[in-house]
Ligand binder design. Structure first.
Ligand SMILES: Cc1cc2nc3c(=O)[nH]c(=O)nc-3n(C[C@H](O)[C@H](O)[C@H](O)COP(=O)(O)OP(=O)(O)OC[C@H]3O[C@@H](n4cnc5c(N)ncnc54)[C@H](O)[C@@H]3O)c2cc1C
Length: 483
């Protein structure tokens, strides 16, 4: 139900943390809430709690009003799931404290923190935990559906490094989920976690990571990239354990290491990050150098700077749309599709990040967490339209859809990484989890959120409402359709 934000009576406990549409600060808070400038929804109220108790009060209030609520972590969902017309936005941006216990190697992270704060706090101690590749992204949404970045091959997903979470549930309780407490909920949080409550604090396992990394970035024009990509598809899986790899189709930025005549040129970049010595890194990237890139950057880089290196490629307020799919291998046919479609984008900001997943990602048992999809070594290809203006993003939205359709014949049957879908409908959600995980999640949803209070997300329906009867035993069920 929509709520009249101007007139609704608020309890004292919430009055001080609530912005009404006429309040000074409401317009700014609304504008700052979501990264995607294409989202122009109007919440009825914005509540900015600073404690779990206030979050619990906010949930109780919204439910008592019979109103709709959204949860805003870092505001980076492409779908704009943090905000809905007429709903109460529980905006966690003030619940963003990060505390590090270097002896125990634990980070305690507020539900509204962004990765930049986590990286900076950890780096002081020579520690890190895998986060996303853009530091203004929120910890919450990224972790609760998986989370992949430079350290994924070394440490797995962000969710694989979650040790515990404090959760405010739909019925207003505050509970802990960990391997020792509420273990089924803990399983569900690591992959489908936006469905079960509001996480007010994450506890992460930290790892020793050299604060100084080595980066190698090599860029080819599409017409020159076929052979380098055919080489790189095997090479990236043969690099020393823990090496970070990201490929990207993108427009060359106006950065000092890019010769001026290539600024804005669309091409393919292969980026390799290691924490070995500069000599070992140079030896590892030599085969890419040998393939005649148009330009390159090989340099030591602080880990914190690496995490911020791509920040400007997806600036706040830009308009965005994305789709993604999984490829079990980067076949010649898939490479040809990429090289044909990449140059057809309109916006210089539109890009195609490609995550080759192996190493620690692959070592986790498929069933150990709720993460959607198996842990088989694979490629996650994301195609993102990003532009400043509505017309350009509309053109590139069509480009994204056509590009993904052209790649679909090469995709696996396992759905998609849900954090990379601007429109995750029920079929896509189900196929990404697979039948067995989806049914387990639906049962948990019935237990923890039977009224589907938390539904602005890749939604798990309570009881599997609306699901057809299983045709075979869940454990044997084949994955559903590719998205
Ligand atoms: C520029 C950009 C770069 C990205 N790079 C990467 C990347 O490198 N790797 C990667 O894995 N992903 C990446 N992503 C995808 C990202 O993981 C998702 O967009 C994720 O949802 C962002 O989380 P958020 O908290 O910022 O978003 P929000 O929009 O605030 O929230 C996303 C979802 O999580 C829910 N939610 C938020 N906070 C909480 C909470 N505390 N408790 C419970 N539910 C909550 C919301 O209700 C919503 O459904 C990127 C996205 C963008 C826009």
């Amino acid at each position: 139900m929509a709520l009249d934000g101007a007139t609704t009576q608020l309890p004292d406990s919430l009055a001080g943390i609530t912005l009404r549409p006429d309040d000074a600060g409401f317009a700014d808070a609304r504008a700052a809430a979501v990264w995607n400038g294409d989202i122009t929804r109007h919440p009825a109220l914005i509540m900015q709690p600073t404690s779990s108790a206030q979050v619990a009060d906010a949930v109780a209030f919204v439910r008592a009003q019979g109103a709709d609520l959204t949860v805003r972590g870092g505001g980076h969902s492409f779908a704009g799931n943090a905000v809905a017309d007429g709903a109460v936005m529980i905006d966690l941006s003030r619940l963003n404290e990060v505390r590090v216990d270097p002896e125990a190697r634990r980070a305690y992270v507020g539900g509204g923190a962004a990765w930049a704060a986590v990286d900076a706090a950890n780096a002081e101690h020579g520690l890190a935990v895998v986060g996303g590749t853009i530091s203004h992204t929120g910890v919450a949404g990224l972790t609760l559906s998986g989370g992949m970045g430079w350290l994924t091959n070394a440490q797995g997903l962000s969710s694989d490094n979650l040790l515990a979470a404090t959760v405010v549930t739909a019925d207003g309780r505050t509970v802990t989920a960990s391997e020792g407490e509420n273990t089924e909920l803990f399983w569900a949080l690591r992959g489908a976690g936006t469905n079960f409550g509001i996480v007010t604090e994450f506890v992460f396992q930290l790892h020793e990571v050299n604060p100084m990394a080595n980066l190698g970035l090599f860029f080819w024009r599409p017409e020159d990239a076929r052979e380098p990509l055919r080489f790189a598809r095997d090479y990236v899986f043969e690099l020393p354990a823990g090496t970070g790899v990201l490929m990207a189709g993108l427009s060359a930025p106006p950065a000092p290491f890019v010769p001026a005549e290539y600024h804005g040129l669309t091409g393919i970049a292969v980026m390799i990050v290691s924490w070995d010595s500069a000599e070992e890194h140079a030896a590892a990237v030599q085969p890419l150098r040998d393939r005649g890139p148009l330009f390159e950057l090989v340099t030591p880089i602080p880990y914190v700077a690496l995490q911020q290196m791509l920040d400007e490629s997806a600036p706040w307020g830009a308009r965005g749309y994305e789709k993604a799919l999984n490829l079990m291998e980067l076949s010649d046919g898939a490479i040809d599709v990429v090289l044909e479609w990449l140059p057809l984008k309109t916006s210089p900001l539109s890009f195609m990040p490609v995550f080759p997943l192996s190493g620690a990602f692959h070592e986790v048992d498929d069933k150990a967490t709720a993460f959607g999809g198996s842990r088989a070594t694979r490629w996650v290809i994301n195609v993102a339209a990003i532009a400043r203006d509505a017309d350009t993003v509309a053109r590139d939205r069509t480009w994204v859809r056509d590009f993904i359709d052209a790649l679909r014949p090469y995709a696996s049957d396992e759905g998609t990484y849900l954090n990379f879908l601007a429109d995750a409908d029920e079929d896509r959600v189900r196929s990404s989890y697979g039948e067995a995980k989806y049914r387990r999640l639906a049962a948990l949803k019935t237990e923890w959120d039977p009224d589907n209070v938390f539904h602005h997300n890749p939604n798990i329906r309570p009881d599997g409402a609306g699901l057809p009867a299983p045709r075979q035993a869940p454990e044997e069920a084949a994955p559903l359709h590719t998205t």
